[in-house]
Design a binder for this molecule. Sequence first.
Ligand SMILES: C[S@@+](CC[C@H](N)C(=O)[O-])C[C@H]1O[C@@H](n2cnc3c(N)ncnc32)[C@H](O)[C@@H]1O
Length: 342
Amino acid sequence: MGATYHVLNFKDLNPADLLEHDFSTDVLIGLSQMPKQLASKYFYDKKGSRLFQEIMELSEYYLTGCEFEIISEQKEKIYLEMAGEPFNLVEFGAGDARKTNILLEYFQEKGLEFQYIPIDISEEAMSALIELMNRKFPKLKTEGIVAEYFDGLKCLNNTEYRKNLVLFLGSNLGNFDKAHSRAFLHNLWNILNNGDIVVIGFDLKKDIDLMLKAYNDSKGKTAEFNLNLLRRINRELNGKFDLEKFRFYAGYDVFSGAIESYLVSLEQQQVFIEKISQSFIFDAWEPIHTEYSYKYLESDIEELAERTGFLIKKQLYDSRKYFVDSVWSVNKQSPNTLEDGR
Ligand SMILES: C[S@@+](CC[C@H](N)C(=O)[O-])C[C@H]1O[C@@H](n2cnc3c(N)ncnc32)[C@H](O)[C@@H]1O
């Protein structure tokens, strides 16, 4: 058994997909737009993945502690959904899977038969995870896939078992805007079988200062994490960003319900990126949008499940009700509920 991973072969994708997955193309398109933007999926190079682990240790970043508590104390409720039939445990954006480890241990203790399929865009994060799995769970069959979420979905057709448990933890879904969340969940619904289980972590709307502090942490780790994206462009695309000339800013939009993260140019400047043969002009105080982190009401979660063809089976809250791991099942009995992911 043991753990291995493979990088999804982009030659298998059509040209439109290929375009989407090119870091340099995305940087070119993102910095040519008004307002400028860079996608948060590119945060996670080696240094970015390490910085995110440090963010998870911060008490201000309450999300990790809440979800850790939920999984530690309510793992049996997830186990009860899966007892009976062998299954694939698929995890989108697995990262270091530190919360998932609790479930893996528990499922093994309970004698469940399953294989683990972590999917993550970051090869650095995946190779560290596979090393950990070989050390900690040598008997568990683990087949990691380095891929973007939407491409990862396409790999789920050839899995070992019929039944699936899909994890999407850490409020990763909150990085998608409404349209992309629906599209992703609807595509997931299409690939899964009736009765499959999906567990999604949602960060709930709460005191605004508390949410803001999670992103404007006192150690400046989130700022470093965002600025590292410019460092990555410098290293991989031979860019000439001076990190001292940008600052991080995160604010909360009460109307959309998202923490929105930016890198703001501190002066008027021109930055050349050699690999894309392009200079970009920044005005003083011009922002680059880097990330959405949507927060949810319970009614938002109910609406999302209903519109994408899922039934909510259980809501697993932490003791402060800051966060919920929402346990859904795939409902293919009443197609009227579906709206083509719109
Ligand atoms: C915020 S971390 C969360 C990790 C873990 N799920 C947790 O809850 O601790 C996000 C992880 O998802 C991965 N990721 C981000 N965007 C992605 C995308 N579009 N496709 C695939 N993986 C992605 C990152 O590489 C990172 O490991």
